[in-house]
Ligand binder design. Structure first.
Ligand code: ADP
Ligand code: MG
Length: 701
């Protein structure tokens, strides 16, 4: 019943109602009471302490002052009315200024009465004022404003326009949390709380929204991070034990015609030592009768695709089907085309299934999958749908792991019985210790060496003021028949400013590189996938020489003829993202270039990052540098999406908590694998009720 309450629509929360509930859902994806409770602030303001006027900070921070109004004066400045109140306490005086909408102030504010004002300081010489402060009588302040730190929540213009303001959030969340203490159950055992000095769950939740002190805020964050990582590790441990104990897998013992023919006739190059090693590791997995769950990590361009193709051929030789799951349609398309090309001399059924597959083709693909006519199915998450049924799926490859989660892997498991072997490929190299902690349930293979003949991509740093020389360099490269990527940071695809940068950039490129001599493609996240593919394909087919894009190209595209990567505002990207982008060039055997464009003045941090990029080309080394360099970061690009998407925890920054949570989860499960000891019942209860952990229930029931 507790759970029912938390899963109720926010509509039923006091002060919300149907129209605001719809807004919260549309704008912030907040549907249930639980969603609202889990909607954590991203910063805090202090509504707890009061400043004395003679001790105000000499910056533009937001402050709260208690005092009295001395005078109220309406003046005209350049024909416009403004209201000026002198506000004082026993230590000094400050001006409160309104430029508009102040009739209520004139009417209700009284001289010599006590008020609490709150707002942002404005210094002009040694005079200080607050424009449009919040002003409340002392009584009203005490009734309405909790004496705590107040969370500030991410919001949208639309929400604010509809009255869903920061104050509104604080109010509904505070009321909600105050009224539902009984529904919030502790989900860690008493001994865990004690051992790791964690505060209880209810305290943590109320204090992450409206902290009673900085200290309690830190404790709340630590407690909630621990909880996230702990249940994540419990999940890994449970599925790992399960795999070792229960999951039998298909045995692929034969090497047959497809692999032999491919190896002898079609393989376009000699495999690298590492590629061979990985294929061997996978073949060992195929022979031992257990289901494989293997992570293949290899730097961008290290040649993971061919490895996956060859092991798929083994599956086919043993009478099984294979699939490749790609994170985007562009990538799925690309895999489809390159695998078709590589296997054109073999007699294989290969199909592509994505969101834009026409329904007639879809029906045919579904039928031919079921009958076994299709040997390899390549696609996006469309292939995870229940309606997609294989005749005999033996191996599933997942490309670019960090965009997919455990849930997706679980869906693939269910496509056959026993579950198919799973090969997860990621281009984001991470230090091994970290990999083991995160991908606790996967075995790890690594390709370190790049294919021979690769000429290291030359990386240079150019300031914006040298743009013209960069353009003339691009023209020279294009004249040689090469192609160019031009990438803009769209850190947040919804940010208008970023988007404007991109379009401005695109227009200036079109001016600088006019038709008919030059053709320019553009691809960004706001386009629908059909247009994206169209533009992308023009570039792949060499119909355009320049591809202007946002980071949508970051993951995996392969256009060997592209030899220059220009990254605009490179200072705004993280190291791993820069490295991923750089990996888009240098895929052929031509000299290739990565040009990092930045503004003239760089912060110390950005400078180190850019210099490191110029000096270091090895992705593993970069990852180590990144790990050292950064506090909170997203080395794995997991902030946006994917398996390691935590609300609070950052697996790099919070590596220590991750380790604690991991050891703790291991110990508990080794003593009580089914979580049935009385002490562990809170953990068991969480697994039985939380939607995140539901798929784990079968392991302990
Ligand atoms: P990634 O690991 O980033 O997915 P790809 O599989 O796309 O890399 O390979 C990058 C490029 O390197 C492709 O054009 C591929 O054909 C080529 N390649 C892969 N293996 C080798 C090899 N052993 N020798 C030469 N070229 C290779
Ligand atoms: Mg790839």
């Amino acid at each position: 019943m507790n759970n029912d309450f938390l899963n109720q629509s926010v509509e039923f929360i006091k002060g919300v109602g149907p129209s605001r509930s719809k807004l919260l859902n549309d704008e912030l994806n907040i549907k249930t009471v639980k969603d609202l409770i889990d909607f954590y602030p991203f910063r805090y303001i202090d509504r707890m302490s009061f400043f004395k006027i003679n001790e105000l900070p000499l910056n533009n921070s937001e402050v709260q002052i208690i005092g009295k109004i001395k005078s109220i004066k309406k003046t005209k400045v350049r024909y416009r009315d403004r209201l000026n109140c002198e506000f004082y306490d026993e230590t000094g005086k400050i001006d409160l200024i309104w430029y508009r909408g102040f009739s209520w102030v004139e009417e209700s504010v009284k001289v010599d009465k006590e008020y609490v004002v709150y707002g942002k300081l404005n210094w002009y010489g040694n005079k200080v004022s607050i424009a449009h402060p919040e002003i409340k009588t002392k009584e009203s302040f005490e009734r309405n404003i909790p004496r705590r730190l107040h969370g500030i929540y991410s919001s949208t213009e639309k929400l604010i326009a509809e009255g869903v303001t920061q104050k509104y959030f604080v109010k509904i969340i505070f009321n909600l949390l105050n009224s539902i203490q009984a529904h919030i159950k502790e989900n860690l055992s008493a001994s865990i709380l004690k051992e790791f000095s964690l505060i209880d769950r209810y305290q943590a939740l109320i204090n992450i929204h409206l902290p009673e002190s900085q200290e309690l805020l830190s404790q709340s964050i630590r407690r909630l991070k621990f909880e996230e990582l702990f249940f994540n590790q419990i999940g890994f441990q449970l599925t790992k034990n399960d795999r070792i104990i229960k999951l039998n897998g298909f045995k692929f013992e034969k090497v047959g015609n497809n692999l032999n023919d491919f190896y002898n006739k079609s393989l376009p190059f000699e495999l690298t030592k590492d590629q061979k090693k990985v294929i061997k590791e996978i073949r060992n997995d195929f022979r031992d009768g257990k289901q494989m769950n293997r992570l293949l990590q290899g730097d961008v361009g290290s040649g993971k695709t061919i490895v996956s193709l060859m092991v798929m051929l083994i599956a086919i030789d043993n009478g099984y089907q294979s699939s490749i799951l790609a994170p985007t349609e562009i990538l799925a398309n690309q895999h489809y085309n390159s695998i078709r090309e590589l296997t054109k001399d073999l007699d294989l059924g290969i199909e592509l299934l994505t969101g834009s597959t026409k329904s007639r083709d879809r029906t045919r693909i579904h039928r031919n999958l079921k009958s076994g006519k299709i040997n390899i199915l390549i696609g996006t998450h469309a292939i995870l749908e229940d309606i997609v049924q294989f005749n005999n799926l033996g191996l599933s490859v997942i490309d670019e792991q960090h965009r997919f989660g455990v849930a997706q892997r679980a869906k693939l498991w269910k496509k056959n019985n026993p579950a198919p072997h799973i090969l997860v490929m990621t281009a984001t190299p991470i230090p091994r210790t970290l990999a083991m902690s995160i991908y606790g349930d996967l075995d790890v293979s690594t390709i370190k060496e790049l294919p021979p003949g690769r000429i290291e991509t030359k990386t240079v740093h150019k300031y914006d003021k040298n743009r013209l020389s960069v353009f003339s360099f691009l023209k020279k490269e294009i004249k040689k028949g090469r192609q160019v990527y031009l990438v803009y940071p769209l850190i947040n695809e919804s940010e208008k400013l970023d988007y404007k940068d991109l379009m401005d950039g695109y227009n200036s490129i079109i001016r600088e590189f006019p038709r008919p001599d030059y053709q320019v493609s553009i691809v960004h996240g706001k386009m629908n996938s059909k247009d994206k593919d169209y533009e992308m394909n023009r570039f792949i087919k060499k119909e355009t020489q320049i591809l202007v894009s946002t980071t949508v190209i970051e993951v995996g595209v392969n256009v060997p003829n592209a030899s220059v990567m220009v990254i605009e505002s490179a200072e705004r990207f993280g190291l791993s993202q820069l490295h991923q982008l750089r990996g888009r060039v240098g895929r052929g055997n031509d000299e290739s270039y990565c040009i990092l464009m930045t503004k003239d003045k760089l912060s110390e941090d950005s400078k180190i990052r850019i210099d490191t990029m110029v000096k270091v080309s090895d992705g593993f080394k970069l990852a180590e540098v990144d790990l050292k360099l950064r506090g909170p970061g997203d080395l794995l690009g997991t902030k946006q999406s994917g398996v390691l998407k935590f609300k609070l925890a950052d697996i790099i920054y919070d590596f220590d908590i991750l380790n604690e949570a991991k050891n703790c989860a291991e110990q508990i499960l080794s003593r009580d694998p089914k979580l049935i000891d009385k002490e562990n019942l809170p953990i068991r209860y969480e697994i039985s009720t939380s939607s995140n952990s539901k798929n784990l229930w079968r392991y302990i029931s």
